[in-house]
Design a protein around this ligand. Structure first.
Ligand SMILES: Nc1ncnc2c1ncn2[C@@H]1O[C@H](COP(=O)(O)OP(=O)(O)OP(=O)(O)O)[C@@H](O)[C@H]1O
Ligand SMILES: [Mg+2]
Length: 232
C-alpha cells in the first residue's frame, strides 16, 4: 500500500534537514535532529513514538505553529519556514485544519462559536452561513444538543470532538492532528477515525499523531520517531 501511494502521488509537504532546538534554563535541547520527510497528497500518515520523542514538535514545525531552528519546510512550492506570522495565519486558515493535543477551545465562546471561529478568521462565510456550517460539524461529531454550552460545561472527550469539528470547518486540504482520539472511548474514536478515512477517500491529506496502534496500522503509512529522529 505504501508503495502504490508514493508511486502515484505528488509530494505535498517536504521537510529537509529540519532541526528544532528549544532554549531552556539548562541550555539548548534538540527535540528534532536533521529530520527529512515527504508527505504525499492523499495519504493518512500516522506519526508514532514514545512520549517526548518529538511528535508534537514535528507537526508544530510542519504547520508553522512554532519556528524551526534550521532546515526547510515546504508545502507545495510555498516555504512555510520563510513566512511571517501574518502570512502563516492566513495560509493556515485556508489550507490546514489543526487538531491540537491540548484543544485550545475559547472558554468564553459556546461550542457553536468555537467551531465557527476559523471561518471568521479566514473571512470565509457570512455569519448565518458560518453558524449553519458550524452546526453541521457539531452534528457530525454528535454534539448538536450541546451547541450553546461553553467548553467548561462538557467532558474532555466532548471537548476533543469540538476541536475536531473546528479543525474541519473550513474544509481544509490538509488535516494535522495531535492525538485526535487520545481522550475518546474506543467507539467514539472509531467514529472519528472513520471520518478521517472518509476525508482521505475524498483526497484530503492527514498527518496524525496516534498512540493507538489499531489506528496507526490502518493508516496508509506509519512514521516512527525516537529521540528527535525518524526511524523508518
Ligand atoms: N517549549 C519547550 N521547551 C523546551 N523543551 C520542550 C518544549 N516543548 C517540548 N520540549 C521537549 O522536546 C521533546 C519533544 O517534545 P514533544 O512535545 O514533541 O514530544 P511528543 O513526542 O509529542 O510527546 P507526547 O507523546 O508526550 O506528547 C521533549 O523532551 C520535551 O520535553
Ligand atoms: Mg505530543
Amino acid at each position: 500500500m505504501e508503495k502504490s501511494i508514493t508511486e502515484k502521488s505528488q509530494v505535498l509537504i517536504s521537510v529537509r534537514n529540519l532541526t528544532k532546538v528549544y532554549q531552556t534554563a539548562a541550555g539548548g535541547f534538540t527535540a528534532l535532529n536533521a529530520v527529512n520527510l515527504d508527505v504525499y497528497q492523499g495519504e493518512l500518515l500516522a506519526v508514532i513514538g514514545k512520549s517526548g520523542a518529538g511528535k508534537t514538535t514535528l507537526i508544530n514545525m510542519i504547520s508553522g505553529i512554532d519556528h524551526i531552528t534550521s532546515g526547510t519546510v515546504k508545502f507545495g512550492e510555498q516555504h512555510i519556514d520563510q513566512m511571517s506570522e501574518n502570512e502563516l495565519a492566513a495560509w493556515r486558515g485556508l489550507n490546514v485544519g489543526m487538531i491540537y493535543q491540548s484543544f485550545y477551545l475559547m472558554p468564553g465562546l459556546n461550542l457553536l462559536n468555537n467551531i465557527a471561529l476559523p471561518l471568521d478568521f479566514a473571512g470565509l462565510y457570512q455569519r448565518e452561513k458560518a453558524q449553519n456550517r458550524a452546526m453541521e460539524l457539531l452534528r457530525m461529531v454528535e454534539l448538536e444538543e450541546h451547541a450553546y454550552k461553553f467548553p467548561s460545561q462538557i467532558s474532555g472527550g466532548q471537548q476533543q470532538r469540538v476541536a475536531i469539528a473546528r479543525a474541519l470547518v473550513n474544509d481544509p486540504a490538509v488535516i494535522v492532528a495531535d492525538e485526535p482520539t487520545g481522550r475518546l472511548d474506543s467507539a467514539t474514536a472509531e467514529v472519528i477515525f472513520e471520518l478521517f478515512e472518509g476525508f482521505v477517500a475524498q483526497g484530503k491529506t492527514i498527518l496524525m499523531v496516534s498512540h493507538d496502534m489499531n489506528f496507526a496500522s490502518r493508516s496508509s503509512r506509519t512514521l516512527e520517531i525516537a529521540d528527535g529522529t525518524i526511524l523508518n
